[in-house]
Design a binder for this molecule. Structure first.
Ligand code: AMP
Length: 217
């Protein structure tokens, strides 16, 4: 199955993405993770992307489209894939359509996780990520077993630079301007399924499972 996860920053895409890829055994393509990795490694790509990311702005379309194009050509994507955080602009959505046409593939479903701005701000302020493996925690809803320590690898937890409140609000604004129009784009194609992202992690997951069951039929 070829799946897109759409929704605001901090709306729970990453958390639900992990559950989807585990259940369906498909690769998780998260452009934010790929970019953060490049920043951490100090590659050319990372150097270019960092300034945009730190400001809560979008990295230019050409850069991100190139990354996804390369990734989708890898053989592990033949059995399906999950796109998380891409596309984020109309231009990226159109480029994705072209890429997939070239590969004789198509999107099967776009899951839109709907969460309002205040809830996003509340959540991200409490979000902590593992420096080593990238696992994500929430100090209230999904805390680590030991303070500041990753349950999975023991790495140190930290707050992403772009998870500060001011940057989060900026990212939400960027989302409303650039990414929200994609809801209509996929709705028109008959590919959009909404889930209520204000619910608990398990409840959101159960809504997603229902959608994926419906689409798989
Ligand atoms: P995320 O982890 O998805 O919240 O992404 C973190 C940051 O990476 C975003 O605020 C953007 O600066 C950048 N980024 C990730 N995905 C994209 C994309 N599809 N287009 C442009 N910028 C992106």
């Amino acid at each position: 199955m070829n799946i897109i996860l759409l929704g605001p920053p901090g709306g729970g895409k990453g958390t639900q993405a992990k559950k989807i890829v585990e259940k369906y055994g498909i690769p998780h393509i998260a452009t934010g993770d790929i970019l953060r990795d490049a920043v951490a490694k100090g590659t050319e790509l990372g150097k270019k992307a960092k300034e945009y990311m730190d400001r809560g702005e979008l990295v230019p379309d050409e850069i991100v489209i190139g990354i996804v194009e390369e990734r989708l050509k890898q053989p592990d994507c033949e059995k399906g894939f999950l796109l998380d955080g891409f596309p984020r602009t109309l231009k990226q959505a159109e480029a994705l359509d072209d890429m997939l046409k070239g590969l004789n593939r198509k999107i099967d479903v776009t899951i839109y996780i709907d969460v309002p701005e205040e809830e996003v701000v509340r959540r991200i302020a409490n979000r902590r990520s593992c420096k080593r493996c990238g696992a994500v925690y929430h100090l209230i809803y999904a805390p680590p077993k030991e303070p500041n320590k990753c349950d999975k690898c023991g790495g140190e937890l930290y707050q992403r630079d772009d998870d500060k409140e001011e940057t989060v609000r900026q990212r939400f604004k960027v989302y409303m301007e650039n990414t929200a129009p994609l809801i209509e784009y996929y709705e028109k194609k008959g590919l959009l399924y909404r889930v209520d992202g204000t619910k608990s992690i398990d409840e959101v997951w159960s809504q997603i499972e229902d959608v994926l069951k419906k689409v798989a039929k």
